[in-house]
Ligand binder design. Structure first.
Ligand code: NAD
Length: 430
C-alpha cells in the first residue's frame, strides 16, 4: 500500500527531476533529517493514566530552523507527520522564508478529553520535546484540532523548563501571550489572496462563481468568510460529521456562530439575535466534493481526492487549503482534465508566513499592527504567485504545483551548493 509519505516523496522526485534538480539534492530531501517519537503519560480526571503516541519531525533545516504545526488527531502517525514536514520544507522555500520544514502530532481524539486533560497532554508534549525544539532549532505552531490556547500552554511549559522567557519557541499563541495580530485568520486569508490573484488573471467576476468548502475549521471558516464578503456564493460546506448544501448560498457568519455554540453544522441565517433555519439539503462528504461548482476548497485532511473519486470531480478550480488533499495520481489526472489547482504549498502558506512574522516580532520584542501584518502577507504571497504564474507561462503544459516545486527545489539546491561540499555530496551534478 502506498502511504501518504511515499506519495509525497514520489511527487517530489517526479517534479524535481522535471525541473532538472540534482539527484543528490532529491535524495537528501527524500527522508527526514530527524524524528523524535515519544509516549506521553497523562493523568486522567478519573485518576487513571493513559499513554499517547506523539511525534516531532525535523525534515530539513537547510534554509533555517524547522517550522511546522502540531496536530491532535486519532489518525496521526509517523508517516503522516513526515509527509506534512516534507510539505512544510517546500512551502517555506516557495514563499522565501528563512525556515526549514517540521511537523508534529499526537495520536488522540481531543474531543474526548476534558480541558484539564488536554492541558496536561499539551504540557506533556512540550516536556517530551523541550530539548528537541527551540527558537533557533524548531518552532511549532497550531494545526488540525490545536489552537492558540494550546500554543500558550506549550510556551509556558517550555519557559518553566528553561527558566527564562522564550516567546519565539512557538507561534500561533494568544495575542496577549506574544501571539501576532492576524495569525488566527492567516491561513484562510492567504488562501483567499491566492484565489483573488488567480481570479483576476482569469478575468472572472466573484459574483459569478460558486464554491464548495470541505472542512469548516480555522482555515476553512476564514477563507469562506472572506469569499462571501467579497461576493462569491458558497453553496456547500462540510465538517467531520456531514455536509450542507443550499443553491441560494449559505451565510457563513451565522453558521460559524451556531457551530461555536451548538457544535453543529446547521444551515442557519441570523439577523441580529434572530436566527432561522434556511432552506437546504444535507448531503454526504462525497457529494460535496462532486458538486458542479466553479471552485472547490478542500480544507480538511489529506487524500480527500484520490484515484477512487477523481472522476467525480466537477469543479474547474481547486484551492488546496488543506495539506496534501489530492494524491499524486489524482492530481495528474485533474491537471490533464484542465482543472486549475492552486497547490497547498502556496495556497495555505499564509499560516506559516504570519507564524514567521510572529517569530520575528517575538525576537525583536516589537509587535506589529494588524495592517502591517496583512500588507506584508499580501506582498509576499503576491510575489510568490506572480513568480509561479510567470514560470507557468514560460513553460507550457505546467501546473502551479510544478512551478512551486521547481522554485522551491531550485532555491534549496542553490543553498546546498553555497554551503560547501560535504562528504556526502559529490560534485558530479554541479
Ligand atoms: P481545524 O481543526 O481548525 O479544522 C479542521 C476541520 O476539518 C474541522 O471543521 C473538522 O470537522 C473538519 N473535518 C475533519 N475531517 C473531515 C472530513 N472527512 N470531511 C469534512 N470535514 C472534515 O484545522 P485547520 O487548522 O483548519 O486545518 C485544516 C487543514 O488546513 C489541515 O490540512 C491543515 O494541515 C491545513 N493548514 C492549517 C494551517 C493553520 O494555520 N491552522 C496552516 C496551513 C495548513
Amino acid at each position: 500500500m502506498t502511504t501518504v509519505f511515499d506519495d509525497a516523496v514520489t511527487r517530489l522526485e517526479k517534479l524535481g527531476s522535471d525541473a532538472n534538480i540534482s539527484s543528490n539534492v532529491l535524495a537528501s530531501l527524500s527522508r527526514p533529517k530527524a524524528l523524535l517519537s515519544v509516549s506521553i503519560p497523562v493523568r486522567m480526571d478519573d485518576g487513571s493514566t493513559q499513554y499517547f503516541a506523539a511525534y516531532r519531525c525535523q525534515y530539513s533545516s537547510l534554509l533555517g530552523p524547522c517550522k511546522g504545526g502540531i496536530r491532535f488527531h486519532p489518525n496521526v502517525n509517523q508517516d503522516e507527520v513526515q509527509a506534512l514536514a516534507l510539505w512544510m520544507t517546500i512551502k517555506c522555500a516557495v514563499v522565501g522564508l528563512p525556515l526549514g520544514g517540521g511537523k508534529g502530532g499526537i495520536e488522540v481524539d481531543p474531543k474526548t478529553l476534558s480541558r484539564m486533560e488536554l492541558e496536561r497532554l499539551s504540557r506533556g508534549y512540550m516536556r517530551a520535546m523541550a530539548d528537541f525544539v527551540g527558537p533557533n532549532k524548531d518552532i511549532p505552531a497550531p494545526d488540525v484540532y490545536t489552537n492558540a490556547r494550546i500554543m500558550g500552554w506549550m510556551r509556558d511549559e517550555f519557559e518553566e523548563i528553561k527558566r527564562e522567557k522564550q516567546p519565539a519557541v512557538i507561534t500561533g499563541k494568544p495575542v496577549n501571550m506574544g501571539g501576532s495580530l492576524g495569525r488566527e485568520e492567516a491561513t484562510g486569508r492567504g488562501a483567499f489572496y491566492c484565489l483573488e490573484f488567480l481570479r483576476k488573471k482569469e478575468q472572472k467576476q466573484a459574483n459569478d462563481l460558486t464554491v464548495a468548502i470541505q472542512g469548516f475549521g480555522n482555515a476553512g471558516y476564514h477563507i469562506a468568510k472572506l469569499m462571501q464578503e467579497n461576493g462569491y456564493k458558497i453553496v456547500a460546506i462540510s465538517d467531520s460529521k456531514g455536509a450542507i448544501y443550499s443553491e441560494q448560498g449559505l451565510d457563513i457568519a451565522s453558521i460559524w456562530q451556531e457551530k461555536q455554540t451548538s457544535k453543529k453544522l446547521r444551515a442557519i441565517y441570523c439577523n441580529g439575535s434572530v436566527c432561522e433555519i434556511q432552506d437546504h439539503k444535507e448531503i454526504s462528504h462525497q457529494e460535496l466534493l462532486a458538486l458542479d461548482v466553479d471552485i472547490l476548497v478542500p480544507a480538511a485532511l489529506e487524500n480527500a481526492i484520490t484515484m477512487d473519486n477523481v472522476d467525480t470531480i466537477n469543479a474547474k478550480y481547486i484551492i488546496e487549503v488543506a495539506n496534501g488533499p489530492i494524491s499524486k495520481d489524482a492530481d495528474e489526472q485533474l491537471f490533464s482534465n484542465g482543472v486549475v489547482i492552486v497547490p497547498d504549498v502556496l495556497a495555505n502558506a499564509g499560516g506559516v508566513i504570519v507564524s514567521y512574522f510572529e517569530w520575528v516580532q517575538n525576537r525583536a520584542g516589537f509587535p506589529w499592527t494588524l495592517d502591517e501584518v496583512q500588507q506584508r502577507l499580501f506582498d509576499r504571497l503576491e510575489n510568490a504567485f506572480e513568480e509561479m504564474w510567470l514560470y507557468k507561462k514560460g513553460n507550457d503544459q505546467t501546473s502551479f504545483r510544478s512551478a512551486a516545486y521547481a522554485k522551491a527545489l531550485g532555491h534549496i539546491e542553490e543553498v546546498i551548493k553555497v554551503r560547501g561540499t560535504k562528504e556526502f555530496f559529490s560534485d558530479a551534478d554541479d
